[in-house]
Ligand binder design. Structure first.
Ligand code: ADP
Length: 670
């Protein structure tokens, strides 16, 4: 803002334009009436920082007389906090820039401030600014109130979410003990129980599980409704997703009365979706179908768009169960709504599953609908392309997950007596339950009651696996996990997170080999631990055209505890790499088609295999030159012969203890 150079008169001659601004006269005088009519605050000010002409509305708004307003630089009426911005804005006007929607506060005669919003244009010929201001104080006050209300609503919402998260944690911790210890007793490990005691205990456990389900679902629903859940999309193959969901029900439908089938349109492109959330919806729907279909058939169907066979259009779960009466169809998606279809007055479940499913579907941009006939069955459908008509998937490829299909993944290696597992959990009951479960697997167990102790014990004992609680006093599980992953000696130890917070925080447990919810079902924990052990086992790919040699080397490697895959040619090995990532490759030199040396050079072209340790195994007597060349391209060159088993053993142990990836044995071993 320019400082005024002189006190102005009511009539001022603008320096260059010589126009008189005496009120009622001169160039602007003829617009006096116009000024008087305006509800807005019109003014003409000079580049010198003084008002020259003001509409009467100024006096009404600020309470000052025209004379008072004209006698002081206008910036003196501006709120001290807005003066700098006002001066800058005036400066821009003087330089020729127009002002649009500039806000500042003007003092009134009684010392209050009014908010004004300005539009102005410069008149450089006359060194004047023509401006109009509007009193927006009411709007500002309203906006401030609105902001405060929004902030307080957000704070309340945050508090609610925190309360829910905390409360659910507090409720789940003792429940874990109730369920876990009931399970221990029911499994017969806690001594003999009479039939009646057994029966009571089963009720304790099933009610505990019910309560836990309720707590988890309330939490889920609250989070979805509070839009607290993030949608994380990825490209998802719907056939895989459906199969994974179906597999989770294998155990429940083994009685042979119900058949669970999949019908998936062929040639579907993957869709971009939040895998976890879509799985959760489908899991709820199939769970209901299983629950309400005492006998018959459940079909999970994925249909294609009628106009584009590659585009998935819907996923539906159809059952031939008890169906839903018409009058109930409208309400089953409401919270806590259930139909007492069996007329028993006792209904299992929480009545929240469908409410959550519909909210989740909406969150993903989908529609969840239902059709049902009592006594015939129900069909729940997730419309992936909203607005499309129900398309029938007549030409679907039918595959069956027949009742009684063998359970997945039998454990190849059940002797874990030499495995040490470190359990880190601040809750004594949880430690006891996990220890019990791990002893059942035959593992040795070490427990830590805090993150600090966990870290110390991990460093001292370098266990084969760690189970980790997340919500502990400092350092908490997340921090501990990060510290494990940061230490070279601990980095490779698989960590299975077992926590109340696992459901909500699975994504934040970065680097965990598995994430399990408390209370952990025994089977689930065993599977995760075994997978953890397997994951920590070295993976060896053997490439040799001789079946006998493949078998021999495979046996040597298995003795070292490795997971082995064998192939008979270099070509086959290269394509196997897409599904099997080895820690070391044993390759024969002389093979038909692609020989060992050619295989290695092709292997090195794959970015992830640039450093992959390769051991060349050959029956050929190599010359010094050839040996030198091959040694440079590999970790070692070994002669086939009676010493092969020992040499391979030594070499691999050295490779693995050096952290693999580099050259463990630089010299050729012969
Ligand atoms: P719940 O946990 O009780 O199953 P849901 O919200 O998932 O809660 O389901 C609400 C009600 O809708 C169920 O209690 C049941 O009466 C009805 N329902 C849901 N799915 C089916 C189905 N496939 N067949 C028959 N009734 C169903």
């Amino acid at each position: 803002m320019r400082k005024p150079s002189r006190r102005p008169d009511a009539a001022v001659s603008a320096a260059s334009g010589e126009a008189s601004l005496d009120r009622g006269q001169g160039v602007f005088g003829q617009y006096q009436k116009f000024f008087e009519l305006s509800f807005d605050l019109l003014c003409i000010a000079g580049f010198d920082g003084y008002f020259k002409l003001l509409s009467p509305s100024w006096e009404k708004t600020l309470g000052f007389s025209q004379e008072e307003l004209l006698s002081e630089p206008f910036v003196d009426f501006v709120h001290p906090d807005d003066r700098e911005a006002t001066a800058a804005e005036t400066g821009k006007l003087v330089e020729g820039t127009i002002t649009i929607s500039f806000d500042n506060r003007y003092r009134t005669k009684n010392g209050e401030y009014r908010w004004l919003v300005w539009s102005a244009v410069p008149d450089p010929d006359r060194n004047l600014i023509l401006a109009v201001a509007r009193d927006i104080t009411e709007r500002k006050v309203f906006e401030a109130r609105l902001r405060a209300a929004k902030e307080s609503a957000e704070a309340a919402n945050r508090a609610k979410s925190e309360f829910l998260a905390r409360m659910s944690h507090e409720l789940r911790t003792p429940l874990n003990s109730v369920i876990g210890f009931s399970e221990v007793l029911l499994s017969g490990k806690g001594g003999d129980l009479t039939q009646v005691q057994h029966d009571y205990l089963r009720r304790v456990r099933s009610n505990g599980e019910h309560l836990l389900g309720l707590i988890n679902q309330v939490l889920d629903l609250a989070k979805v409704e509070a839009r607290k859940v993030e949608v994380q999309t990825e490209l998802v193959d719907l056939a895989d997703l459906v199969r994974a969901v179906a597999a989770q029900f294998e155990g429940q439908i083994r009685n042979g009365e119900v058949e669970l089938a999949e019908q998936i349109a062929p040639q579907l492109d993957p869709i971009e979706v939040d895998r976890r959330k879509l799985s959760q919806i489908l899991f709820n729907l199939v769970g209901n179908a299983v629950k309400f279909t005492p006998k018959g058939r459940i079909t999970i169907r994925v249909g294609a768009d009628e106009t584009d066979p590659h585009r998935a259009s819907f996923v539906e779960v159809e059952d031939t169960g008890i169906g839903i009466p018409d009058e109930a169809l409208a309400t089953i998606f409401e919270r806590f709504e259930q139909v007492d279809a069996f007329g028993s007055g006792k209904i299992e479940g929480t009545g929240l599953g469908l409410a959550i499913s519909r909210s989740l579907a909406e969150l993903l941009g989908y529609r969840l609908t239902v059709k049902s006939d009592t006594g015939i069955g129900s069909k729940f459908r997730i419309e992936l392309l909203p607005g499309l008509d129900l398309a029938s998937s007549g030409d679907s490829a039918m595959r069956r997950v027949a009742a009684g299909k063998p359970a997945r993944e039998p454990s190849p290696d059940r002797d874990f007596s030499d495995r040490l597992v470190l359990v880190v959990d601040d809750d004594a009951d949880a430690r006891m339950l996990l220890t019990h479960a791990l002893h059942e697997l035959g593992c040795q167990v070490l427990t830590a009651t805090s993150g600090e102790q966990g870290l110390r014990l991990a460093r001292e004992h370098e266990p084969d696996l760690i189970t980790l609680d997340l919500m502990m006093p400092e350092p908490d599980g997340w921090e501990l996990l990060a510290r494990f992953k940061a230490e070279p000696r601990l980095r490779h130890i698989p960590v299975v997170v077992v926590s109340n917070a696992a459901r909500e925080k699975a994504d934040s447990a970065i680097g965990a080999a598995g994430v399990l919810d408390k209370p952990v079902a025994l089977e689930e924990l065993h599977r995760a631990v075994i997978e953890g052990f397997l994951g920590s086992r070295r993976r060896v790919l053997i490439v040799d055209d001789s079946a006998d040699d493949r078998e021999f080397m495979s046996a040597c490697m298995k003795q070292l505890g490795a997971v082995v895959e064998t192939t008979a040619s270099g070509h086959e090995a290269l394509s196997r790499l897409a599904s099997f990532a080895p820690d070391v490759v044993l390759v024969d030199l002389v093979m038909p088609g692609m020989n060992g040396a050619e295989f290695i050079s092709k292997l090195r072209e794959i970015p992830a295999c640039g450093d992959l340790p390769v051991i060349l195994v050959t029956a050929k007597d190599l010359g010094a030159d050839e040996l030198a060349v091959l040694s440079r391209a590999t970790s070692a060159v070994i002669q086939k012969g009676p010493e092969l088993s020992d040499e391979l053993g030594d070499l691999c142990r050295r490779l693995w203890s050096s952290g693999a990836g580099g050259k463990a044995a630089s010299a050729a071993s012969r």
